[in-house]
Design a protein around this ligand. Structure first.
Ligand code: SAM
Length: 215
C-alpha cells in the first residue's frame, strides 16, 4: 500500500500509543474473558473493514493488525473519530504477521481475515505471501477448533497459490470458494468492503474469496 508520509502521524503516535493492544494492560482480559469471540484482521490497512465489522457485530471482539505505523495511525484516527470508545470492541496492533504467535495465545481466535494481502508476485518472494504454508501453520495454532480464515483478493495468482498451499498443509478444509464474489448474491449480503476492494470494484476487477476451516 502506498501512502504519503503524513506529518501528523509522528506526533499523533506520541499521544495515542496506549490504543495499541501490545502496550495495553487489557490484553489478558480481552483474551481470557472474551475467549472464543476474538477476530483478527492481518494487514488491516486504513481500517474500513475492521471498523465496520466491529460496528456490525457488537458481540464480537476485533483486532486490526497492521505493520505500517503511518497507515495504522490513519485507521486508528478514523476509529477514534467515529466510535464511542466506552463500548469499544475493536483494538489495534502494530506488529508483523510473522510475530503474532509471540503476542497472542494459541487457540483463541474464531476468525482470521486476510483482505487483499500483498501478492509478492516474484517467485523468490513466495515466502512473504501471507497465505504461504508457514503462515497457515501460525494461523492454525491461533484458531479455535472449527475456526476459519476468510481470504479475499483481486489477484488470480495469489488465489491459486493459496489453494496450493492449503492442499500442501492439509489441516484446513476449503468450505467456500468463488472467483467472482459479487455474482454470489447470497454471500454478498453480509460482505463488508475494504479500501482495496472498493478500488478494484471501480476498475471492474473480479473479487475472489475463500473460506478455510481448521480441521
Ligand atoms: C494491499 S494492503 C490491503 C489493506 C486492506 N486490508 C484492504 O483490503 O484495503 C495490505 C496491507 O497489509 C499490510 N501488511 C503487509 N504485510 C504485512 C505483515 N507481514 N504484517 C502485518 N501487516 C502487513 C501492509 O502494510 C498493507 O497495509
Amino acid at each position: 500500500m502506498r501512502i504519503r508520509k503524513k506529518k501528523w502521524t509522528k506526533k499523533w503516535w506520541e499521544g495515542n500509543n496506549s490504543l495499541l493492544l501490545e502496550n495495553s494492560s487489557i490484553i489478558n482480559d480481552i483474551i481470557l474473558i472474551k475467549n472464543k469471540r476474538l477476530n483478527l484482521e492481518i494487514g488491516c490497512g486504513k481500517g474500513d473493514f475492521i471498523i465496520n465489522k466491529s460496528v456490525n457485530e457488537k458481540d464480537n471482539i476485533f483486532i486490526g493488525l497492521e505493520k505500517d505505523p503511518t497507515i495504522l495511525a490513519v485507521a486508528m484516527r478514523k476509529f477514534k473519530e467515529k466510535i464511542n470508545p466506552v463500548n469499544n470492541n475493536l483494538y489495534f496492533s502494530n506488529i508483523l504477521a510473522q510475530n503474532i504467535s509471540e503476542y497472542f495465545p494459541k487457540e483463541k481466535f474464531k476468525k482470521i481475515f486476510l483482505n487483499f494481502s500483498d501478492p509478492w508476485p516474484k517467485k523468490h518472494q513466495a515466502k512473504r505471501r501471507l497465505t504461504h504454508i508457514s503462515f497457515l501453520k501460525i494461523y492454525y495454532n491461533l484458531l479455535v477448533n472449527g475456526g476459519t480464515i476468510e481470504f479475499k483478493t483481486d489477484n488470480d495468482n495469489l488465489f491459486l497459490f493459496t489453494i496450493e498451499q492449503v492442499k500442501l498443509f492439509e489441516n484446513f478444509l476449503i468450505t467456500y470458494k468463488t472467483s467472482d464474489l459479487y455474482s454470489d448474491t447470497f454471500e454478498i449480503v453480509n460482505n463488508v468492503q475494504t479500501e482495496y476492494e472498493t478500488k478494484f470494484l471501480e476498475k471492474n476487477v473480479k473479487i475472489k474469496k475463500m473460506v478455510l476451516q481448521k480441521l
